[in-house]
Every structure is written in structure tokens, then in C-alpha cells.
Design a protein around this ligand. Structure first.
Ligand code: TRP
Ligand code: ZN
Ligand code: CA
Length: 447
């Protein structure tokens, strides 16, 4: 480093002035290992707003599933080409959206069956919120309401999670089951092959089997109370009365989860039961007629849907995933500050660091973690500055240079998304050239 004598004299004056006017500086200079000042209080936590799922997207998936059936003998049944093509379609969408997908195979009735599992990266691995739908149809038809509807609704919810870049509190998982129509074969296989430690990590399973019935009812499963209430709250908010699902408990893929002791819930718009006059009164549609007169028939095509039911149920699914899975995401703008001054010894010397203990922030730090640095120094070019994450990972904020100016008063954005937010963060400052000195005045980290 080259520096003129006059510059050095000016620098000495500057540090003297700083020492005079910064009342806390002398104490800090004498105690560079002073404990961190208490973190500033957290801002109010804000849960992310659940999205309105675009019904056009859900219907576009159903159009594709209909085309797949049409091209493959009119169905998407277990063991048939239309089933595997359906799995491939869903998997490609999820892979492109950043999901980690797993194809699980099993054998049933002499044919290979497939479950598709999609994990959204992040969230607490010990608390998993899983949503699932069976993707197979019966042999008789394309299975668009049963159960292209649930499959498309959770697919579009999963894609909405990706579009939102949702930082969920819980780990989010989605599943598409094979061979449900043969007796919940795929979902049973999945649950039976989960190690018990993995089973106990699933905090809830949400099932969606038939959510676009053409003469719809709005049924909520009467299982786990929290899940049930979450759906009821959504429907109350949009002014739609609900009833408890009674068309046959245990008739879908939530049954094996429930039998394994996992809290379950779900939605259902009705199958072969007949809509009563009272139900037609509150929901519209036709009394004396089945909720889905094409249930398990060749006419369960892309015409066999009620768009309003499909729309509201899709939005209810997203509401539940956001509410149950992301209620306490890292609230934006929570700041923690250390205002204790810390002397930076002149080179050659080891660096010093100023700690901040972060607590009460769930999950990882954001990709836009902000670090505000306030260092009083007579020659900023001497300073090399790093942010040290709780696990010791260093993020370089500033290199040393021949930057001939006083002080570092700057704001840096760090992609710290692979770091757990809670723990002790440090601002590490090293002086790499002799003569000029200063101190860390304060620094602040904002999540
Ligand atoms: N699982 C059934 C099927 O796919 C449909 C069904 C009937 C259903 N009653 C139900 C789904 C009750 C959920 C809840 O054929
Ligand atoms: Zn079904
Ligand atoms: Ca120096």
C-alpha cells in the first residue's frame, strides 16, 4: 500500500475525532471481546398470502390427461400405457419447477405400478406436510373427475409453491398414487415401505380424490381437527357451506396414512351418492341426481367437471398448504444488531469479529440477507470483511484494496439461503496493511 504522509496525518486526525465524539468508542477499544448488544426486537411476523390457483392451469392439466387417455385406449388405468404417460406428464412439470421427484415402483395384479413423490426443497425435515391424490383411472374411462381433478389441483398447487419461491416452515411433499382403484395399492405400498422414523416425521396428510364433480357437494373430511378447521375456514371465507364427508370413510388414499397414526384430512365433491334437496338448496345443482353420475364410467371425461367446484377446491388446497405448511415463514425485515464497538488492531494481527446471536427465526436465512456495516477507519482499503454464518461458512463482503477513503458504511446483500438463520453470526474484519486503524462501530443483519 502506498499512502502519502499528509494522507496519514489526516487519517490520524480522523480517528482522534471519531474517538472524541463517539462516546462508546473508548470502552469498546478497551474491550474488543465485549458481549453482543441484545438483538433488536423482531418485527411483526407476516404469514405469506395463499395464492389464487389459476383454474385455467388446472384445466389445462386435465386437458392433457384427457388427451393421454384418448391416445391410449380411453383410460389411464393401472398397468396401462395411459397411466405411465400420466405419471410422465406430472413428473416433467415438477422437475421443471425445481422439485426433487422420486418414482416408486410396485407390482399389483402382475403389472408394474408407479407412485410419484415430489419434495419441495427446504422446510423442517422433521415436520412434513404431505398432499396426495391418486392418478390412476378405472379401466372404463379416462378418470378426469376421478381423479384427474385432485391430481391436477395438487400439481398446480405444487407449481404455485415454486412460483412463489415459498420458504415453507414444514417440509412440503406431494404424492400421486398408482392403483388406488384396485384398493389403494400404491398409497398402501408407500406407507408400508416408509421407515417408522420417516412416518413419524409426517405431521399431516391431505387427500384429494374427486374435487370437480359436475353436480358438486363441498365435503370436508372429519379427521384431524386442525386440518378440518383449516378447510372450513377457507370455505367460510368464500361463503360456501360445507358438510362432513360421509360417502365412505377410508375409501381413498388417506386410509393407509390414518391407519399408520398420521393426522389426515381432505376434500371431496361427491361420487355416486345422490344430492338431496337440502344440498341442492345450499350448493345449487340438481337434487335427486348423483354428485358424479359418470363416476367410474366412460363419460368421466373433461366435460365431466364443475369449474366452480374445481376452482374453489384448488384454492382451498393452496390455502391449506400455505396455512398448515408455511404459517411461520421467515418474516421479512427482521433485524438483529450489535452496536458494541470493537477495536480493529493494525496489521499484522488476526482479524476481530463482532457476534450477533439470532434466535426466533424459523428456517433458513433468505437469499437476500442484508448486512449493514458501519466501520470507522482511517483507510478502508486495509480492510477485508466477511460475514461468518453460524456453521462457520464465510461470505466475503469486501476485499482489501487500494481504496483510499475513510470508513466502511455500506449495505451488502448476501445469498445465505443455505444457512440456518438461528445461531451466532459474526462480522469478521481483518486489517491487512500497517498504519491505519479503526473500529467496528456497529453492524446489523436483516432476514
Ligand atoms: N376413492 C373412490 C374412487 O376413487 C371415490 C370415493 C368414493 C371417495 N367415496 C369417497 C373418495 C369418499 C374420498 C372420500 O373410486
Ligand atoms: Zn378416486
Ligand atoms: Ca492498517
Amino acid at each position: 500500500m502506498s499512502l502519502s504522509v499528509s494522507r496519514r496525518l489526516a487519517a490520524v486526525t480522523a480517528i482522534a475525532v471519531a474517538g472524541l465524539f463517539a462516546s462508546t468508542a473508548p470502552a469498546a477499544l478497551a474491550s474488543p471481546t465485549a458481549p453482543a448488544a441484545p438483538a433488536s426486537p423482531a418485527a411483526a411476523t407476516a404469514a405469506p398470502t395463499p395464492p389464487d390457483i389459476p383454474i385455467a392451469n388446472v384445466k389445462a392439466h386435465l386437458t392433457q390427461l384427457q388427451s393421454i387417455a384418448t391416445a391410449n385406449g380411453g383410460n389411464r388405468a393401472h398397468g396401462k400405457a395411459g397411466y405411465k404417460a400420466s405419471i410422465d406428464y406430472v413428473k416433467a412439470k415438477l422437475d421443471a419447477a425445481g422439485y426433487t421427484t422420486t418414482l416408486q415402483t410396485f407390482t399389483s395384479s402382475g403389472a408394474t405400478g408407479y407412485n410419484l413423490i415430489a419434495d419441495w426443497p427446504g422446510g423442517d425435515p422433521n415436520s412434513v406436510l404431505m398432499s396426495g391424490s391418486h392418478l390412476d383411472s378405472v379401466n372404463a374411462g379416462p378418470g378426469i373427475n376421478d381423479n384427474g381433478s385432485g391430481s391436477a389441483a395438487i400439481l398446480e398447487t405444487a407449481l404455485a409453491v415454486s412460483r412463489a419461491g415459498l420458504q415453507s416452515t414444514k417440509h412440503l411433499r406431494f404424492g400421486w398414487w398408482g392403483a388406488e382403484e384396485l384398493g389403494m395399492v400404491g398409497s398402501t405400498y408407500y406407507v408400508n415401505n416408509l421407515p417408522s422414523a420417516e412416518k413419524s416425521k409426517i405431521s399431516g396428510y391431505l387427500n384429494f380424490d374427486m374435487v370437480g364433480s359436475p353436480n358438486p357437494g363441498y365435503f370436508v373430511y372429519d379427521d384431524d381437527a386442525t386440518i378440518e378447521q383449516t378447510f372450513k375456514t377457507y370455505f367460510a371465507g368464500v361463503g360456501i357451506p360445507t358438510e362432513i364427508e360421509t360417502e365412505g370413510d377410508g375409501r381413498s388414499d388417506h386410509a393407509p396414512f390414518k391407519n399408520a397414526g398420521i393426522p389426515v384430512g381432505g376434500l371431496f365433491s361427491g361420487a355416486d351418492y345422490i344430492k338431496t334437496a337440502a344440498q341442492a338448496q345450499k350448493w345449487g345443482g340438481t337434487s335427486g341426481k348423483a354428485f358424479d353420475a359418470c363416476y367410474h364410467r366412460s363419460c368421466d371425461t373433461s366435460a365431466n367437471l364443475d369449474d366452480a367446484a374445481l376452482d374453489k377446491n384448488s384454492d382451498a388446497i393452496a390455502y391449506a398448504v400455505w396455512t398448515l405448511g408455511a404459517a411461520a415463514t421467515v418474516p421479512p425485515g427482521r433485524s438483529f444488531e450489535n452496536t458494541t464497538d470493537i477495536n480493529i488492531p493494525d496489521s499484522p494481527a488476526a482479524g476481530v469479529s463482532s457476534p450477533i446471536t439470532v434466535s426466533g427465526v424459523t428456517g433458513n436465512a433468505p437469499a437476500t440477507t442484508k448486512v449493514d456495516v458501519n466501520i470507522v477507519h482511517t483507510y478502508r482499503g486495509d480492510l477485508q470483511i466477511d460475514l461468518i454464518a453460524p456453521d462457520g461458512t464465510a461470505y466475503r463482503l469486501k476485499n482489501s484494496s487500494s481504496d483510499s477513503a475513510d470508513n466502511v458504511i455500506a449495505s451488502y446483500t448476501v445469498n445465505a439461503s443455505s444457512e440456518v438463520a438461528n445461531g451466532v453470526w459474526k462480522l469478521q474484519v481483518k486489517d491487512v496493511a500497517a498504519q491505519d486503524v479503526g473500529y467496528i462501530n456497529s453492524w446489523k443483519i436483516t432476514f
